[in-house]
Design a protein around this ligand. Structure first.
Ligand code: ACO
Length: 280
C-alpha cells in the first residue's frame, strides 16, 4: 500500500467515497459546521493526491457532512492556536491550506464540482471558487463574515471573489458581511445552479455525467487554458492557447480530435454542436 492508495486515506476529517465515477469528498466536522482545522487541511492534501492517481475517480465533488458546507477557517484551531505556536509550523499550515484550497484545486487534472449543501463562510469561498463548477441548495447560506470579527477576507478569498463576482456585489458582501442564499449566489455568478435541496444531488450527478462524456485530457487542458490565459495579454494568450491546443492534440491518448472529425465529416454519425463524439 502506498501513500497514494485509496486505502491509505484516514477517512476522519475528510470522508471520500467513489461511486459510478464520482468521488464524493466531504469535509467531516459536522459538529463544528465543517470549520477548516489543521486535520482537514492535511487530510485534504492527501485526498487530492490519492484521487489524482485513482482512475475510478473521473469527477470530484466537494461538499460537507451534515447541514454545513463549511463555516470557513476554524477560529481556534486554524488561527488562535497556531498563531501562538511556532512560526514555521504556522507557515507550513498556511502553505498546506493554500495547496488544497486553490493552488492544486484550481488546476486539478480532473473536473471538480462544489455542492454547497449549507453554511458557506469566509475561507470556504476559496475552495468554492477554485472548483470548476458549483451547485447550491436554495436554502444554503453564504457570507463573507470576516468583517464581522474584525479581519479582511485574506488568504485568496478577496481575489477569488473579485474574479467571480461583479465589483458592486463583491464589495457589498465584503463590506457588509451580509448573508445571501442559493438563488442570489446563482444570480451573481458564484454558483452555476441553485436548486431545491432535494434536487441538489441529482443535479450534481447529472452534471458529472455530462462531464464524463467528454475527453478528460482535453477537459484538463480547457481548465488550464482558461485560468492562465485570463491573466495574459491578448497576444500572449493567442500564442499560449494555440500551443496548448497543439500540445493537447499531440498528447491526447485517445486522439479525440481525429475521432471527432472522422465521426462528423466521414461517418456523419454525430453533430459536434449538439453533443460529444463517441469515446469508444
Ligand atoms: N471556527 C471555529 N469553530 C466554529 C466555526 C469556526 N469558523 N464555526 C462554527 N464553529 C463551532 C462553534 O464554536 C460551535 O462549537 P461548540 O459546539 O464547541 O460550541 C459549533 O461549531 C457549532 O456552531 P454554532 O454556532 O453553535 O452553530 P449554528 O448552527 O448555531 O451556527 C454558523 C452556524 C452560523 C455557521 C455559526 O457557527 C458561525 O457563525 N460560525 C462562524 C462562521 C464564520 O464567520 N466563518 C468565517 C471564519 S473566518 C475565515 O474563514 C477566514
Amino acid at each position: 500500500m502506498s501513500a497514494t492508495d485509496f486505502a491509505s486515506l484516514p477517512q476522519q476529517n475528510v470522508l471520500v467515497k467513489i461511486e459510478d465515477g464520482i468521488a464524493w469528498v466531504s469535509l467531516n466536522r459536522p459538529s463544528k459546521r465543517n470549520a477548516i482545522n489543521p486535520g482537514i487541511v492535511f487530510e485534504m492534501v492527501q485526498v487530492l493526491d490519492v484521487l489524482e492517481a485513482d482512475d475510478s475517480a473521473k469527477v470530484v465533488v466537494m461538499t460537507g457532512s451534515g447541514d454545513a458546507f463549511s463555516a470557513g477557517m476554524d477560529l481556534k484551531e486554524y488561527f488562535r492556536e497556531p498563531d501562538a505556536g511556532s512560526p514555521i509550523a504556522r507557515e507550513r499550515l498556511n502553505r498546506a491550506n493554500s495547496a488544497w484550497q486553490w493552488r492544486r484545486l484550481m488546476h486539478y487534472p480532473k473536473p471538480t464540482i462544489a455542492m454547497v449543501n449549507g453554511w458557506c463562510f469566509g475561507g470556504a469561498f476559496q475552495f468554492l471558487c477554485a472548483c470548476d463548477l458549483a451547485v447550491a441548495a436554495d436554502d444554503a447560506s453564504f457570507g463573507l463574515s470576516e468583517i464581522n470579527w474584525g479581519i479582511i477576507p485574506a488568504g485568496i478569498v478577496t481575489k477569488s471573489v473579485a474574479a467571480a463576482l461583479q465589483q458592486r456585489k463583491a464589495l457589498y458582501y465584503i463590506m457588509t458581511g451580509d448573508t445571501f442564499d442559493g438563488p442570489e449566489a446563482e444570480k451573481i455568478g458564484l454558483v452555476n445552479f441553485s436548486v431545491p435541496r432535494a434536487e441538489m444531488k441529482p443535479k450534481v450527478v447529472a452534471l458529472a455525467k455530462k462531464l464524463m462524456e467528454k475527453n478528460p485530457h482535453v477537459l484538463r487542458a480547457c481548465k488550464m487554458g482558461y485560468h492562465y490565459a485570463r491573466d495574459m495579454t491578448w497576444d500572449m494568450a493567442a500564442e499560449y492557447l494555440t500551443s496548448k491546443l497543439d500540445a493537447a492534440k499531440f498528447r491526447d491518448p485517445e486522439k479525440g480530435a481525429v475521432k471527432g472529425m472522422t465521426q462528423f465529416l466521414d461517418e456523419k454519425s454525430y453533430r459536434p454542436g449538439l453533443g460529444a463524439y463517441r469515446r469508444d
